[in-house]
Design a protein around this ligand. Sequence first.
Ligand code: ATP
Length: 140
Amino acid sequence: EEKTLAMIKPDGVLGNYTERIKMVIVESGFSIIRETITQLDEHRASNFYVEHSSKSFFSGLIKYMTSGPVLVMILKKENAVADWRTLIGPTDAQKAKITHPHSIRAMCGLDSEKNCVHGSDSLESAQREISFFFGEISSG
Ligand code: ATP
């Protein structure tokens, strides 16, 4: 089975969506094998989103990601990376409400920045992001 990293971003945690999101996760066949709540500082948020450092939205993104605690989880399931991306829906939560009304971002996101959840976009990012938050873990 595959592992992916899921994150409930500050707007999701502060908006009290944690339990609802976890319910969707479990009902969709994922196991939550690790979870931790943490507050990112500028340095860690910039490191996490380093691939976007030259984008125009980067400073806004870092401000958003450091505005409150995030809940990070390792999800396990067959095809976890792609299936979690499908479940969260498109980046722009406003569009998600129209095109993917049953997605998590449609449920709790606001726009293309405040979209309430994150999911690794490939197996490689999943490995990097899991190590980023949990250190090296065994591959069972
Ligand atoms: P994530 O990596 O968080 O799962 P994603 O892969 O759907 O989201 P990316 O393109 O990797 O989207 O962008 C990373 C994050 O940067 C987005 O989730 C969002 O919070 C923010 N972001 C992306 N595009 C914009 C934009 N045009 N304006 C403002 N913020 C944006």
